[in-house]
Design a protein around this ligand. Sequence first.
Ligand code: CTP
Length: 403
Amino acid sequence: MSVLSGKKVLLGITAGIAAYKTASLVRLFIKLGADVKVIMTPASKDFITPLTLSTLSKNPVHSTFYEKEVENELWNNHVDLGLWADYFLIAPATANTLSKMSNGTCNNLLLATYLSAKCPVYFAPAMDLDMYIHPSTKESLQKLQSFGNILIPAASGELASGLVGEGRMAEPEDIVSFIENDVLSKLPLRGKKVLITAGPTYEAIDPVRFIGNHSSGKMGFAIAKAAANLGAEVILISGPSHQQIKHSFVKRIDVVSANDMYNAAHTYFKDVDIAILSAAVADYKPKNIANQKIKKKDSTLAMELTPTKDILASLGLIKKHQFLVGFALETNNEIENAKSKITRKNLDVIVLNSLQDKGAGFATNTNKITIIDKDFNEKPFKLKSKVEVAKDIINEIILKIKK
Ligand code: CTP
């Protein structure tokens, strides 16, 4: 999955011949799952039609502050457009527009939107070679970069003038890869490996029966996605769960029993930076697993149980650089029990769920947590969807590992 999937990309087109390539650009962004809106300078419409871009982007294309042809003269709010975007790309960016951007000139919708935008702004210059190396263009490029805008350098090749040299707009595929790589490199968990356990474990009684629990795995899978979306390489060790995850940064390892999960966690733990153990691991397993299906009898049946290995505690014992996060599901004396787990299992942070809270726990789509760190600072959160809770957990971890 691309880092641009689900992101809002605003494409600003100015009047250069390379504008004809923006149709491909829009298609590439859409293919990656981005939501695309296009704004054009009035003169750029001579090079490519708004209808083409509107059809490809599935959104209206704007080029003026108000649409005269629309009844009541619809106002195009440049502030809204600027705030809507996660990323703003100006491609092709002509010498004229670059100069205006660097000076704060604001005589069209694209420039006003640029001045209002709070998101990262990328610009891909396109012009003839002499224009590209002219000192005034160089000054504009430098000034724009000093403002924090990101230059996608022009490529060398044959230019519309017939001359050969630097000034061609980077190819649409290269522009998209440039932005993807740039976004990736700035993600807060880029370069970090995260191990996550999720779901229940099943402890076999006989070939057809097991001891399990109602954990769905939703919380752990949401955490895995949240971490991967922020650039982490995730190893997700899951007990039996119907949850699905599709993310190129997530490696899923399916296990069944607590012992399988223990072995998988220990295989990967030494190489990870962060371990988040959200699985609802069975605390006990049958001491002996029957080889044959146990037959029904009239008398009562007693089964001897033996404790499973505590994965979290075992990782707490061997941890070195790893940031270790445990979960606690409590029904009473919640804070005290959670704090005692931090100490007993040598954790950096514990995520507490209280079953006293409505909407928290296993089978729901929501959760209500309190995050407690090893200094016993408590941070309660509101009832939220598990997707939002997962983001809160990952954001808290990022804050703590940065300290
Ligand atoms: N855990 C684990 N391995 C186990 C049992 C639990 O890794 N065999 C982890 C869970 O994934 C969770 C944390 O330990 O992160 C809390 O588990 P819990 O069962 O609530 O804690 P216990 O130490 O077993 O304490 P108690 O049963 O008294 O609540």
